[in-house]
Write a protein that binds this ligand. Structure first.
Ligand code: ATR
Length: 276
């Protein structure tokens, strides 16, 4: 079987490591290769891939939206998010999915199931691509308790308006979120604030954080972000968002092969690579 990751730049992508582990777990012969495509040749390269054929591919920054016109069909979740990270090839037809948000939520649910069995209030920091996937996936689990905080509040409003079944949800500013922080059961950073090399930056002040709140960060380089360290010092529970990468990959692999991966050993190996 032949799979690819399309993106630019791809640098030290962990996806080949993850998918190779899945292939050997599934006892399938196959390859997962990086296809770094410069924006100048995107259209040509995608057309060539269509001619060449493959069993499926992932698509990452900056092409999660640019791939849409090349698809024969887009599933409803990816359509609502407005971006695709996984393409399944079925009888030469390309079908687009988005497993990012669902991957994230699967990890959060694994570690903090109680967040999903009681009426929890979620605060999501950021309203960009990563946030869209996560907010839509959260909305599929719970309906009316998601607040999005963004520097540009209008962008947060627009994201919340795109949710199905949502009622009068509005975005808020960082100032407002900081003042009311103790209201939330879970705070999720989806911005790149705190990522290497600017590791001392923190998206939000946790002065009013409650000990009962779960603080989650999708930034995983460094593994212990300043936000998570601060939350831990204040006695709150923390969630490392790196597992999103493993779960989104496992969901893509299931779409391609039908095989359900046991993600735990793969997460362990991934963590060893991240922490060393
Ligand atoms: P991604 O795909 O990683 O989500 P994106 O779509 O470019 O990237 O979105 C980046 C998000 O991080 C946005 O919500 C952005 O806020 P604005 O819409 O107000 O620009 C947020 N972001 C980026 N840098 C930030 C910073 N220094 N402080 C707060 N938010 C930041």
């Amino acid at each position: 079987m032949q799979f690819y990751l399309l993106g630019y730049p791809l640098g030290h992508s962990m996806s080949p490591f993850l998918h190779q582990a899945f292939l050997s777990q599934a006892k399938l012969e196959g390859h997962y290769e990086l296809k770094e495509i410069s924006p100048k040749t995107f259209s040509e390269e995608v057309t060539r891939l269509k001619e060449m054929g493959c069993d499926g591919f992932n698509i990452t920054i900056p092409y999660k939206v640019d791939i849409l016109p090349f698809l024969d069909r887009v599933d409803s979740e990816a359509e609502a998010i407005g971006a695709v990270n996984t393409v399944v090839v079925e009888d030469d037809k390309w079908i687009g999915y988005n497993t990012d948000g669902r991957g994230y939520v699967t990890s959060l649910k694994y570690h903090f199931p109680a967040l999903f069995t009681t009426k929890s209030r979620f605060l999501v920091l950021g309203a960009g691509g990563a946030s869209r996937g996560i907010v839509h996936a959260l909305n599929n689990e719970i309906c009316d308790a998601i607040t999005v905080c963004n520097r540009t509040v209008e962008k947060a409003d627009a994201l919340l308006e795109s949710l199905s079944g949502s009622k009068q949800l509005a975005g808020i500013s960082y100032e407002e979120a900081e003042k009311t922080l103790d209201m939330y059961d879970c705070i999720i950073n989806t911005t790149s604030v705190g990522m290497e090399p600017h590791t001392r930056n923190q998206a939000i002040s946790l002065k009013h954080l409650s000990k009962d709140t779960v603080v989650s960060d999708i930034v995983y380089k460094p593994f212990h972000t300043t936000l998570l360290q601060d939350a831990k010092k204040r006695g709150a529970q923390i969630h490392h968002g790196h597992e999103m990468l493993v779960y989104q990959a496992a969901l893509a692999f299931k779409l391609w092969t039908g095989f359900t991966v046991d993600v735990r050993p793969v997460i362990q190996a991934f963590e060893e690579k991240l922490i060393k």
